[in-house]
Design a binder for this molecule. Structure first.
Ligand code: HEM
Length: 173
């Protein structure tokens, strides 16, 4: 197929292919950076879950009522952080199942009363803040950019219009 392309078509194909390779490389590099930062954090803290949720509730205190306090809920929070971590790493590595998974997670989360995309953004800010604090002098701008870029990339899959419609349906009155 590539051999059949000539002239401007071939030039624009090459440009497209190069751009795609660059984007893939940036994402793959990010996957390595995300993993490296998580590994350092894992060596310093057995379970990030309470730290990340505490930071999230500092940023979004009104969300405290969404989480229940029993043991089952604590396990659920651990599963939630684990799932978020996998989605982030897999999305950065270019795995194609992730966008649909984010959409269905967001849709399932309306059952918990989670409609506002800002809550998702805040959660990833909380996660990044906790890692930056744990890594201390080992945290650097490459880690910070990878976390910001990949959090934004993951959350660009949120079904914003569907969440707004669901919120409107559940609004009292
Ligand atoms: C991509 C982002 C997210 C993913 C992948 C995710 C995933 C999950 C998972 C796997 C569970 C556990 C379900 C179970 O085992 O029963 C869960 C529970 C929950 N999530 Fe998320 N979540 C995300 C973002 C959020 C955000 C931003 C909020 C905002 C408040 C939130 C609020 C909750 C609540 C309230 C629960 C139930 C916990 C409880 O019973 O206390 N999630 N989430």
């Amino acid at each position: 197929m590539r051999a059949m392309l000539t002239g401007p078509t071939q030039a624009s194909f090459r440009k497209f292919a190069t751009k795609k390779e660059e984007t893939m490389t940036a994402a793959t590099d990010d996957a390595v950076l995300l993993e490296a930062s998580l590994e350092i954090a894992a060596g310093r803290c057995e379970d990030l879950t309470p730290l990340v949720f505490a930071r999230f509730l500092e940023l979004q205190p009104d969300s405290a009522g969404l989480f229940t306090e029993d043991d089952l809920a604590v396990n659920r929070r651990g599963r939630m952080l684990q799932e978020i971590t996998f989605l982030l790493l897999h999305h950065a590595a270019g795995e194609s199942y992730v966008p649909v998974n984010v959409q269905s997670t967001a849709s399932d989360h309306t059952a918990y009363g989670v409609y506002d995309p800002a809550l998702y953004t805040a959660f990833f800010v909380a996660y990044t803040d906790v890692l930056a604090a744990l890594l201390g002098d080992d945290w650097n701008s490459a880690y910070a950019s990878a976390w910001q870029r990949q959090s934004e990339a993951l959350l660009s899959n949120l079904p914003v219009a569907a969440l707004a419609a669901a919120a409107a349906r559940h609004r009292p009155g």
